[in-house]
Write a protein that binds this ligand. Structure first.
Ligand code: UD1
Ligand code: M6R
Length: 371
């Protein structure tokens, strides 16, 4: 079942152009001269009015599923006009945090069976919120117990490290934002541009997968390191968290995703000429802020690997002293889908080179059904 691949994780990373295509199939409406481009999510269409009228949208999940929601959050805030908050399921339960009748609670889970997420769902149901599921598993507990939802249709994911589910979850949440914002004329041009971006996304992912050999070389360079930091912000704060989660989970290397805006509030003290740091600096509204972060890390002789938009290597690394990963540019809110791919490839190759079990990392289970 692995076909030409050595591991399921590798297969699932390379499958992403196809899994994204299946996720979007039948859900993007082309439009014509008389009708605007739009999105149709069969499982949400009868609930959009309630979602738009809710007091807040709160995303709840664990691990990679939480990171996917974090990646989609800025676009959801932009298009829904409703405050969007985030909860790690276990933390919401620990605090018995506030969930109200006027809330829309969105449960994100690849398996649909994660214990903490399920318990948080019970809690939100008891509190009277509208409960929406985003899951990859038809018939799963979360799919069955939510009021409505969307199946991400990424196909079965076997590797414990979630890869293709992450990119499909982001695509679904971007479509969800488009559907919620569908009644707003002022954002129509923006929505149509993002729908065009979604149509083109599988090909961009195909393009970024060509970095496989480059990521293998980078893994050779980093394989004996103790630690690897990843700095991101804005749309790509989630990319830093998710990249670091992949590296620690499968390559068993300490890695931390850091919000670049927090750099001066502590993490900067770690920077020296030995610690490798990946900085995500693809072109969006935060680009100039990321350029200044790069300069400050340079000034402390940081060992930098910068991910940037194609052709912008010289802009992010003028003196040639850092390594550059150039990726294709897409609509800002979809860029996390492209940017995670090189980091998935890097963590895969690090794991193989370090001799660890790729598909079943020690101590971990694919589906965490106990608290
Ligand atoms: C559905 C069909 C799909 C068919 C399409 C044709 C299923 C599972 N899907 O897809 O095979 O091609 O119509 O129009 O039969 N739901 C939840 N919670 C969740 C996820 C989903 O309650 O976590 C509910 C949805 O609200 C919906 C149903 O499950 O009522 C199916 O969801 P989804 O597969 O996303 O709907 P469609 O894309 O319309
Ligand atoms: O099935 P779920 O999406 O609910 O799983 C949540 C986490 O357990 C999961 O994403 C975990 O973090 C992955 N192993 C990460 O690759």
């Amino acid at each position: 079942k692995k076909g030409n691949y050595e591991h399921f994780m590798q297969k699932e990373i390379h499958e992403q152009p196809e899994s994204l295509t299946t996720t979007m199939r039948g859900r993007l409406i082309c439009g014509d001269s008389s009708k605007a481009k739009s999105v149709l999510l069969g499982g949400l269409k009868d609930h959009l009015k309630t979602i738009r009228r809710s007091r807040r949208i709160v995303f709840i999940g664990c691990g990679t599923s939480y990171n996917a929601a974090l990646a989609a959050r800025p676009f959801l805030e932009e298009l829904s006009g409703v405050p969007v908050t985030m909860e790690l399921a276990s933390d919401l339960l620990d605090r018995q945090g506030p969930i109200y009748r006027e809330d829309t609670a969105v449960f994100v889970s690849q398996s649909g069976e994660t214990a903490d997420t399920l318990l948080a769902l019970q809690y939100a149901l008891e509190n009277g919120a509208l409960c929406v599921g985003i899951t990859n598993t038809v018939g799963s507990a979360i799919a069955r117990n939510t009021h409505c939802g969307v199946h991400i249709n990424a196909g079965c994911e076997i590797g414990v490290a979630s890869t293709k589910a992450y990119t499909s979850q982001i695509a679904v949440m971007a479509m969800m934002a488009l559907a919620i914002g569908d009644d707003t004329i002022s954002s129509q041009a923006r929505r149509e541009a993002v729908i065009d971006g979604l149509f083109g996304l599988p090909n961009k992912v195909k393009e970024v997968l060509k970095l496989d050999d480059e990521m293998k070389d980078l893994a050779k360079l980093l394989m004996d390191e103790q630690s690897l930091l990843m700095f991101g912000r804005g749309y790509n704060y989630a990319t830093a968290l998710e990249g670091a989660l992949k590296v620690k989970e499968v390559a068993l290397m300490h890695s931390e995703g850091i919000l670049a805006g927090e750099m001066k509030h502590g993490p900067l003290a770690l920077v020296d000429e030995t610690l490798p740091i990946i900085v995500i600096a693809t072109h969006d509204a935060c680009f100039s802020k990321q350029q200044s972060v790069i300069q400050q890390l340079h000034a402390r002789k940081g060992r930098l690997i910068v991910m940037c938009s194609k052709g912008e290597g010289p802009l992010v690394c003028s003196n040639g002293s850092c390594r550059v990963i150039e990726v294709p540019q897409v609509a800002d809110c979809l860029q996390p889908v492209v940017n995670i791919v090189p980091l998935q490839l890097l963590s895969y190759h690090l794991t193989v080179l370090r001799g660890y079990n790729v598909d079943q990392p020690r101590n971990l289970a694919k589906s965490v059904t106990t608290q």
